[in-house]
Design a protein around this ligand. Structure first.
Ligand code: HEC
Ligand code: HEC
Length: 244
């Protein structure tokens, strides 16, 4: 289903159109196009690697779990603009899907429900784990896999640069140790552009969901998955070099 464009209106887009496996489940763009192709969607496409290990989905934390998340995207006007009823109809009329659903949810033949679809997509997203990066291997084995520069960068990230006061290891996100049962957001005042004197980006973050003043411009502290995999190391090297 993740790769099936039939989930969207006019069968034009699948989850994988934006979350491309070859790009660590991102699209490599600042922002992707909206479905009607006359503008951009509001936000950047995050990686799905390790999404399952955070306690809220989306930058504004509007969904607590992956089950809720998939239906949000399928329905979203700019993203897929699909209809759950049409999707159920489509799956019921496809014998391969019928067989697969009946295997996963015994008794669902002829009676596929929205919850089955949500659970199936969420199960796939939960399988997208990455816990064996260069960084992970170094931490697990303590066997000098990271270079001296990288270790210096890591120490800066964890220490003086205070990045880790918000980006907690091991995922470098806002999910708080030791219980990892809550995910934090922060108001950083991210500017709309790099230009000098730029105003704060108009995206109001969590405030769009809950009209509470402290949540205006609050965003979830993301996983920095790209940091963990590749740029993570680059950033560490970068900050260590920058410090020198
Ligand atoms: C048009 C491109 C697009 C399509 C198609 C799309 N997504 Fe996304 N996805 C995004 C964007 C952009 C966000 C961030 C939106 C936000 O935070 O408000 C996102 C967020 C997510 C998140 C939350 C990740 C996080 O760290 O918060 C998950 C999980 C996800 N998408 C899964 C899916 C699934 C499953 C599908 C198919 C049913 C799908 N996406 C289809 C662009 C897309
Ligand atoms: C006060 C908390 C806080 C501190 C300190 C902090 N960050 Fe962040 N970081 C965030 C939040 C919140 C976001 C998301 C902002 C947004 O979505 O607009 C973010 C985003 C990022 C991203 C983008 C990740 C992505 O997937 O889009 C990177 C990279 C990053 N931070 C690295 C760092 C580094 C390196 C440091 C230390 C020099 C640092 N952060 C310090 C809270 C923090």
């Amino acid at each position: 289903m993740f790769f099936d464009p039939s989930l969207s209106k006019r069968k034009s887009r699948s989850c994988a159109s934006c979350h491309k496996p070859s790009l660590a489940f991102t699209d490599g763009l600042a922002k992707n196009k909206n479905l009607s192709d006359d503008g951009l969607i509001l936000r950047n496409t995050p990686t799905l690697l390790n999404a399952a290990f955070q306690n809220s989905q989306f930058y504004d934390m509007r969904s607590e779990n992956l089950e809720g998340q998939s239906i949000d995207v399928i329905r979203h006007k700019d993203e897929m603009h699909g209809s759950v009823d049409d999707l159920i109809e489509y799956l019921r009329n496809d014998s391969t899907y019928q067989d697969l659903f009946d295997k996963a949810f015994p008794g669902s033949r002829g009676n596929i429900k929205a919850m089955h679809i949500q659970n199936a997509i969420a199960a796939y997203v939960r399988s997208l784990k990455s816990l064996d990066s260069k960084f992970d291997r170094h931490m697990k084995t303590d066997s000098s896999i990271l270079s001296t520069d990288e270790i210096a960068g890591f120490n800066l990230f964890m220490g003086k640069a205070k990045c880790a006061t918000c980006h907690f290891i091991p995922l470098f996100n806002g999910t708080i140790p030791p219980s990892f049962s809550k995910t934090e957001s922060e108001v950083l005042g991210v500017p709309a552009s790099k230009a000098k004197g730029a105003k704060v980006d108009p995206d109001e973050g969590r405030y769009t969901i809950h009209k509470m003043e402290p949540l205006r411009y609050a965003f979830k502290t993301p996983r920095c998955e790209m940091l963990r995999l590749q740029h993570h190391i680059c950033t560490m090297v970068f900050i260590s070099r920058w410090k020198k």
